[in-house]
Design a binder for this molecule. Structure first.
Ligand SMILES: [Zn+2]
Length: 83
């Protein structure tokens, strides 16, 4: 099972667990965490693929340039295409 890195979203203070980032052991089939299991703050999974990089700033632009689409979950089975 892979470890995934999560970090509290920018603009959110988080807690001692999620502010510096934490790893979570998850099955591939598990959905990514949306919130910190400790404090409930919104968290984002950190993408560690070298081609994309670890920095969050500019990630959307690079993903867009690379032809990825960003989908935001709006509800059960509903996704909104951001670009
Ligand atoms: Zn937290």
């Amino acid at each position: 099972m892979p470890f995934y890195e999560y970090k509290v979203r920018e603009g959110t203070r988080g807690c001692p667990k999620c502010a510096p980032g934490f790893t979570e052991l998850q099955r591939l089939a598990d959905p990514p965490l949306k919130t910190c299991p400790r404090c409930g703050a919104p968290v984002a999974r950190q993408i560690s693929a070298p081609a994309i990089g670890r920095s969050k700033s500019g990630f959307d632009d690079r993903a867009k340039a690379a032809g990825f689409h960003k989908l935001e979950r709006r509800g059960k089975g509903e996704y909104e295409k951001k670009y």
